[in-house]
Design a protein around this ligand. Structure first.
Ligand code: NAP
Ligand code: GDD
Length: 343
């Protein structure tokens, strides 16, 4: 029987690595695009990568970059996937304020490059394309956000992703391509990048307990996010491409917590009750029993513009795809802490 072949851009990232494992379990042949880097960037997939000299490898890596059209078109031509998951991106919102042009090149034009490669290679009828869209596109639109909510991005990252979202919808309509989007709200887990707030908190706690770090420095504690578990969300990406027609789906939990609450719950899981005192940059998070300070505020972690509150409605995904989040918020934080305390 012919194998299903998937191509994942961003396979070395949090979502790409989880999706690769999910698809391998479903018996796909998985190809991934990785960037050349001066030090290893494949840690998240080392456990599934077999030496290609061994019999029957199922995972293949190709050098490429979303800013380099020739590498994209060549990989697609060579691999001839039936599904492409475009997960590659400069995905850090704060970094996008410092590298806005690169972010637009990789996240917005990078998506266009893939769509154009599919079109130029005459593969529009044989490839299903998934675009990793984001709740960051809603920006200042108040919750709950769904597929029809206005999009008012508040960062170069959000604006670049909104272009990618719309160009995907345009190619769907203009060229009758199976091009879908998943508008995913924040999702985390033990392989989350270390500079996103969830992982920064769980790693910070682990480092403090191991006496490798004294304080956890954070920015805005009062933003709300709808935090889900990346393992549930990888399943949703696949379901989106198995639906009979291309469409757009919000993937979220429907619940939101502040960064402050994330801190409190995470510390409580290691037996520390955090109280707060002070205001603005002088605010601290401390343990009343011991008077020990754990959290301080650093102005450098505030963004030029903040997205105040994200909370998604996943009703459409539930109704059409039968998808719903399975892993509980607290269990996800526990998993992250277990990983970081064990490292
Ligand atoms: P991530 O951990 O930051 O991974 C990003 C991946 O993209 C990495 O493999 C990275 O390679 C690769 N990449 C970056 N720039 C590239 C370029 N120019 N060419 C080729 N590859 C490039 O992100 P993630 O959390 O897995 O997120 C996956 C996707 O979903 C991203 O598009 C993100 O914007 C989107 N998204 C994420 C969330 C979330 O909460 N996680 C929510 C909504 C949408 P290196 O390993 O070499 O850096
Ligand atoms: N990173 C970070 N570091 N964020 C902090 C900090 C800090 O020290 N202190 C407070 N925050 C606040 C941010 O201001 C933001 O309001 C919230 O914590 C979450 O920040 P991140 O974890 O960096 O995630 P994000 O919401 O900006 O972006 C993530 O989710 C998007 C989906 O909504 C990324 O994964 C994006 O790629 C994704 O599209």
């Amino acid at each position: 029987m012919k194998k299903n072949i998937a191509l994942i851009t961003g396979i070395t990232g949090q979502d790409g690595s989880i999706l690769a494992k999910f698809l391998l379990k479903k018996n796909y042949e998985v190809h991934g695009i990785k960037r050349r880097s001066s030090s290893f960037n494949t840690q998240r997939i080392d456990d599934i990568y077999n030496d290609l000299h061994e019999p029957n490898p199922q995972l293949f890596l190709h050098y490429g970059d979303l800013t380099d059209f020739s590498s994209i078109i060549n990989v697609i031509k060579k691999v001839k996937p039936i599904e492409i998951y475009n997960l590659a991106a400069q995905s850090h919102v704060q970094v996008s304020f410092e590298t806005p042009e690169y972010t637009a090149n990789a996240d917005a034009i990078g998506t266009l490059r893939i769509l154009e490669a599919i079109r130029i290679l005459n593969l529009t009828k044989s490839i299903k394309f998934y675009q990793a869209s984001t709740s960051e596109m809603y920006g200042s639109t108040p919750p709950p956000q769904n597929e029809n909510s206005p999009m008012k991005p508040a960062s170069p990252y959000g604006a670049a992703k909104l272009y990618a979202h719309w160009i995907t919808k345009n190619y769907r309509t203009s060229y009758n391509m199976f091009a879908s989007t998943g508008i995913l709200f924040n999702h985390e887990g033990p392989s989350r990048g270390e500079t996103f707030v969830s992982r920064k908190i769980t790693m910070g706690i682990a480092n403090i307990l191991k006496k490798k770090q004294k304080y956890l420095y954070l920015g805005n504690l009062d933003a709300f996010r709808d935090w889900g578990d990346a393992r549930d969300y990888a399943k949703a990406m696949w379901k989106i491409l198995q639906y009979k027609k291309p469409d757009d789906f919000v993937i979220a939990t429907g619940k939101s917590y502040s960064v402050r609450k994330f801190v409190e719950i995470s510390f409580s899981l290691v037996g520390i009750k955090i109280s707060w005192k002070g205001k603005g940059l002088k605010e601290i998070g401390y343990d009343k029993k011991t008077n020990r300070t754990y959290i301080k505020i650093d102005a450098k972690y505030f963004r030029p513009q903040e997205v105040d509150h994200l909370r998604g409605s996943f009703k459409k995904a539930n109704r059409i795809l039968g998808w719903k989040p399975e892993i509980k918020f607290k269990d996800m934080i526990k998993d992250m802490l277990d990983k970081d305390l064990g490292d």
